[in-house]
Design a protein around this ligand. Sequence first.
Ligand code: HEM
Length: 433
Amino acid sequence: MSELHPTSSAMTWLSRLEELDPAMIEPLNIRDEKLRNNFIEITAGWALRPPFYAVHEGVAQVICGRYRDVMEVYRDRERFSVEIPPGPGFEAYDKFAGVEQLAQLDGARHDRLRKLANPPFGPASLGKLKERAVAVIDRLIGVIEAHGDIFDAQADFASLLVPEILLKVICGMNDAQAECFLDMSAAIPAASRIPPGGSYPEDYLDALARTRAAIDELIAERRAHPGGDVISAWVQLAEDGDALNAKELHDLIFTITAAALQSTASGICSVLWILGRNPAQFALVKSEPALIPGAVVECLRVHGPGLLSFPRFATLDTEIGGTPVPKGMVVLVSQQAACLDPVQFANPLCVDVRRDVRSAPVFGAGPHICLGSRLAKMIIELSLEQLIAHFPDIDLAEARFQPAYRGQTQETQIACLPMRTGSSHASTVKASP
Ligand code: HEM
């Protein structure tokens, strides 16, 4: 108990820690690389047990892994709010230094902003985008094909594709503006490692200032010359009906750009790696492309792009799955663990591209369910579809490849994924009638 942070006055439960059952406190550091390197097995274990406590850097958290506990927290925002309580001790949870982003707002304000932000991510808008997304994918595949048989699916494909579609096609940014958002995205991990009472690193603050300036520039440009992109649509909302105020407009642009870049790129590599590790399933998907949408969610169920959702904070003394949760305690839900709960998904570590994955909380659940899930799925599905169409023999370069991870410590972003195109065969296939 002495390791608890003394300045955390806002954490009202601190003085009552002795009420917690010591047998349920685990010596677990959620930022430990060992956790990330073995995350599938470890989170599969969380899915089997009631919520438990972990104390790290003076902050005690309750970790939920069973499907039913995770769903309970996701759906009950009266008891479990995403809004960060004021006061010291919560710095690492405010990764965007005061930017009010949807995932950390609750109540009527969240619901209003979410409704306003939603249209560009609905089926009608995405349908219009499909052709342009395929063009970007095909261009990258052309470059890969020209460079020979082996390519890195992360550096040569996913990391180039997602910014191109999200920042340039959807938001209409120029190269310099897009670069600011990429720098910001790369700087975020440093902010998630701030100890309680600590300050933001200089590099992070610099990237943040440049991103904010790029957003101001984009807003001014779209006011002067509206286009058909997402930012123009939101600027119009702010102008016409005054539906968005200046800060809300700014923060919304920040949220879907700087904050959403990594997950989709990461998801592409997760899907390719999981299929590569399961050759019979990969063969099924290659022979039956209609399986692609289900296969994408099934692969993300086993290997999602992150271990944990945004933290929740208990708004009252309560319990989850029988585990007491004092008011103010940080509640961490692992959608990754819930996806591996055998009560919900029989034989959960087995990859089955024909599985019914409709209930898999890969994109969360409840009021904060992912705003970009349709877009993310569309990008990953089209990527897989086009890669298979161009390279029917595509596979991992090494069958037993074990990935290393990068990004925030709770993210499972495959750093590099060497793949083989089998392109000599691809040319033969293309040449035949
Ligand atoms: C494979 C890709 C992705 C995965 C697995 C993913 C996963 C998630 C999850 C699990 C949540 C819920 C977080 C929580 O409840 O704490 C979430 C929320 C969110 N995601 Fe995604 N995401 C992906 C891609 C995207 C993209 C491409 C965008 C934007 C264009 C996006 C924007 C958002 C936003 C704005 C929220 C917060 C929604 C709210 O609070 O109302 N995501 N995402």
